[in-house]
Design a protein around this ligand. Structure first.
Ligand SMILES: [Zn+2]
Length: 444
């Protein structure tokens, strides 16, 4: 993240003079073409005021104009160990892709030294993409998860991470099959005890049964109970791929559908984030809404693996809580701006090919979904997700000039600016990222 500004502030307190664009908790957006954002000593946003009207003491603001400040992106679904294989295996069936490209990579994390080396690079890459909050899957290996948490703690990113739990199918050849459930639960509980809530809640734990194909009913139920007892999250995948759904219904003949498998495990609820949820029946959708279960929409991944097309407008109309996920490595791009772009194209395709006449999202609605709605899914929207006084200074500085098609064609009104960031996203447009006013290192 190279900066033309001589010194960008690395720690609070500081003030930035910039353009500012943010969704607001009360609805709508705030757009300031020239304003000063002040971060206090504790890393919270103290004030945002149009330039010239800023409170006394903020005259020494670092001027980063014409960069624009946005809330940091919230990525609700990604797989930390898979990042090296991002962009490989387009169009494969999910279960084939897992065997060929993913399990070999995750197996390498049986050596925690691999996690020690790769996790800091991965967090740097997320920050460079503009992501300041991530909800991540690790691998089945507890020592590598410990290393991942240490890396997140040192890096500064806001992260919810979980050890992958698998007791029906696993790539861990060292494990005693008879003890697998107990060991997986014990290791997950220990990690949760050590890391959930660390650094005043910057780091949190998610119990992470991979998906129903690789977990027994007992594993699903016990992990959900452990998450509830600890006040931690519970995350898994649902209804991503037709082959996967058929397999789940074969493995759980007592369940009436895929969502019912998790319902029977008492896994649904407001601390649960289900990735994908592409192919939901009306009953499944209603049940997720009724239980206040949240969903990570991963449009780039869904098309990369040809898994399907999520009927987002139908879900939103039903009242489902949805945020965005990159799903790296099934999604080729770490950027949530990339997820917005593919999501928008997907909605357009649903209109022209699928005959869905519901409204599609505009650029500012995608911004909200990638920030404040993501924070809402995690239940931390009182803390992050928008640039408003009192919230943590989790923000990014974006150089929108690199998204202009030719020099001098810069966008200078909010929807146009956001449209450029989505549809002409540039890999180097995010110039800095902060969590609680602390600058996040990039991938260097
Ligand atoms: Zn996934």
């Amino acid at each position: 993240m190279v900066s033309p500004v001589a010194t960008l502030p690395a720690r609070p307190p500081f003030s930035l003079r910039a353009r500012i664009l943010t969704p607001l908790a009360a609805g709508g957006v705030r757009w300031e073409p020239d304003a000063v954002l002040e971060v206090d000593r504790s890393g919270r946003i103290a004030s945002i005021a149009p330039s010239g009207a800023e409170p006394p003491g903020t005259e020494s603001a670092v001027d980063v104009r014409p960069w624009v400040l946005l809330p940091g992106m919230v990525d609700l679904h990604a797989h930390l160990p898979q990042i090296p294989n991002a962009g490989l295996g387009a169009g494969l069936a999910l279960l084939t892709w897992l065997d060929r490209y993913i399990f070999p990579l995750e197996r390498q994390w049986s050596d925690p030294a691999v996690a020690v080396r790769l996790a800091p690079l991965a967090f740097g890459a997320f920050a460079a993409a503009g992501t300041t909050t991530t909800l991540l899957y690790g691998t089945v290996f507890a020592a590598s998860l410990e290393a991942a948490f240490h890396a997140a703690e040192a890096h500064g990113i806001r992260a919810v991470i979980g050890k992958v739990m698998m007791d029906r199918v696993t790539y861990d050849e060292s494990i005693d099959r008879a003890a697998i459930l107990d060991r997986s639960l014990r290791e997950s509980v220990e990690l949760c005890e050590r890391w959930h809530g660390r650094d005043e809640g910057r780091l949190r734990y998610a119990f992470t049964p991979r998906f129903a194909v690789s977990c027994t009913a007992e594993m699903l139920r016990e992990s959900a109970a452990a998450a509830r007892a600890a006040g931690a999250y519970w995350q898994t995948h649902v209804a991503e791929d037709r082959g996967e759904i058929a397999e789940v219904l074969r493995l759980f003949p007592e369940a009436r559908d895929y969502v019912d498998v998790y319902d029977r495990a008492e896994g649904l609820g407001r601390r649960t984030v289900l990735a994908h949820a592409i192919h939901l029946s009306d009953r499944e959708l209603d049940r997720l809404v009724e239980t206040d279960t949240r969903v990570a929409h991963c449009p780039a991944s869904n098309l990369f693996l040809a898994s399907g097309v999520m009927p987002l407008a139908r879900y939103l109309e039903a009242g489902l809580a949805v945020g965005l996920g990159s799903d790296v490595a099934a999604g080729p791009d770490l950027s949530i701006f990339g997820a917005m772009r593919v999501g928008a194209y997907t909605q357009n395709a649903l209109r022209v090919v699928g005959g869905d006449s519901r409204p599609t999202l505009g650029p500012l609605e995608w911004l909200r979904m990638g920030t404040l709605d993501g924070a809402r899914v995690l239940g931390i929207d009182d803390e992050i997700g928008s640039l408003e006084p009192g919230k943590a200074a989790d923000l990014i500085a974006v150089d929108a000039s690199v998204t202009a098609p030719i020099a001098g064609a810069d966008a200078d009104e909010p929807a146009a600016l956001m449209s450029r960031l989505i549809f002409r996203a540039h890999p180097n447009m995010v110039r800095a990222a902060w969590v609680r006013g602390r600058a996040l290192p990039g991938p260097e």
